[in-house]
Design a protein around this ligand. Structure first.
Ligand SMILES: Cc1cc2nc3c(=O)[nH]c(=O)nc-3n(C[C@H](O)[C@H](O)[C@H](O)COP(=O)(O)OP(=O)(O)OC[C@H]3O[C@@H](n4cnc5c(N)ncnc54)[C@H](O)[C@@H]3O)c2cc1C
Length: 351
């Protein structure tokens, strides 16, 4: 069989575009791992932050909101977004410019406004008072139910007749007489068009197709989960982001904390760095009233960027019928609904 489309990578990017394409054609979705969200998609902070990233990224984020609020019928059983809010804090007078930059992004639809130190402490009573010199609040930041979103796309993709193949790492790509041959080493799949949604591995997959690299740089980001001190209910606390420091948010009765690191690395099954975690715990104990007795969990994930920080959604300039859906950086979950629709329109040649 020759599929209309073969999508490489079943993270959120591949799953969402495969779903959109399956409405109009035959699609095979090929994933190297045994779990489709094993890499970046399963390792995110699960936030919808409309005012985050370049102007283009912010516009894409905002365009996704309607899908999150009104997904297709029977797509998922729970709301995809739930209110969180974001409190951004400066500790020193020098950090204040970070808050003014943020305030400039405020708009009618996604307001950001300054609040008093007392109001900030009421929202996040775990912060040491001396660590707040000024604060702003953004009510439009939400938690995304990433598992429901990702599973919703995969389920609906299969309902539309799409084929998901796990443990299928593409090792070789050849274009013969207008048809792509995708080889796993054991099996060969054929398709008219290939969509490269391989996350941090997109340049490696591009090289298999003889495409020039887009210059993707995967960057490690570390996160830990810790227990909340007994008697303290932080479930309604907003995301707390320190200018020039780390961020934290409540996560299923515990607290997720990340140093916001951006260390360039090669594509890999990235693991947390012990020194980064130790420095983070030290920062947390100096900045909040929390003593970390035990780490419930720690992990790292890859955020992959090209130079301008914007996603790459386009046909390759030189290689026929080879399409890039890559460079989603730190925004790939929230951008997914818009990027998938945009990519599908281009691939199906709909205006
Ligand atoms: C700590 C952290 C926090 C983040 N927080 C947020 C957030 O709050 N909000 C947000 O929107 N985004 C966030 N992100 C970014 C987001 O997670 C990513 O942008 C998004 O998951 C990228 O999805 P993807 O499908 O492109 O990549 P991936 O999920 O990595 O999927 C790519 C898939 O391709 C597969 N693959 C690779 N090579 C091959 C091959 N040769 N053959 C077959 N399959 C292959 C891989 O196995 C992988 O499953 C965060 C990321 C991290 C690490």
């Amino acid at each position: 069989m020759v599929y209309n489309f073969a999508v490489i990578g079943a993270g959120i990017s591949g799953a969402s575009v495969a779903y959109e394409l399956a409405e109009a054609g035959s699609v095979v979705l090929l994933e190297a791992e045994s779990m489709p969200g094993y890499h970046s998609t399963g390792r995110s902070a699960a936030l919808y932050t409309p005012n985050f990233g370049s102007a283009e990224v912010c516009a894409i984020n905002k365009a996704s909101e309607s899908f999150f609020l009104n997904p297709p019928e029977a797509f998922c059983e729970v709301p995809l977004l739930s209110p969180r809010g974001a409190l951004t804090v400066s500790t020193t007078d020098e950090d204040y410019s970070g808050l003014t930059d943020l305030l400039k992004l405020s708009s009618h639809d996604s307001p950001i406004y300054e609040i008093t130190k007392a109001e900030a402490l009421k929202l996040a009573p775990v912060i040491r008072p001396e660590k707040i010199s000024a604060a702003v609040f953004e009510p439009g930041v939400m938690d995304i139910d990433v598992a429901s979103l990702h599973q919703g796309y995969l389920r609906a993709f299969k309902q539309r007749g799409g084929k998901l193949l796990l443990k299928h790492r593409i090792e070789d790509l050849k274009f013969v007489d207008g048809v792509w041959h995708l080889n796993t080493g054991q099996q060969c799949y054929k398709a008219r068009k290939v969509i490269n949604a391989a996350g941090a591995w997109a340049d490696i997959v591009g090289a298999l197709a003889q495409a020039k690299p887009i210059g993707l740089v995967p960057k490690r980001r570390t996160a830990i989960i810790i227990d909340v001190p007994e008697g303290l209910d932080l479930s309604a606390m907003p995301l707390v982001d320190f200018i020039g420091g780390a961020y934290m948010k409540p996560d299923a009765g515990k607290l997720m904390v990340s140093p916001g690191d951006e260390t360039p690395v090669k594509p890999q099954d990235i693991q947390p760095d012990d020194l980064e975690v130790a420095k983070l715990v030290d920062w947390l104990e100096r900045s909040t009233l929390i003593n970390v007795d035990r780490l419930a969990h720690s992990w790292a994930g890859l955020r992959s960027f090209v130079t301008d920080g914007n996603p790459v959604v386009k046909y390759d300039n030189d290689v026929q019928d080879f399409f890039w859906l890559a460079g989603q950086g730190g925004y790939g979950i929230m951008m997914a609904p818009t990027l998938a629709k945009t990519a599908a329109r281009m691939l199906l040649q709909v205006d």
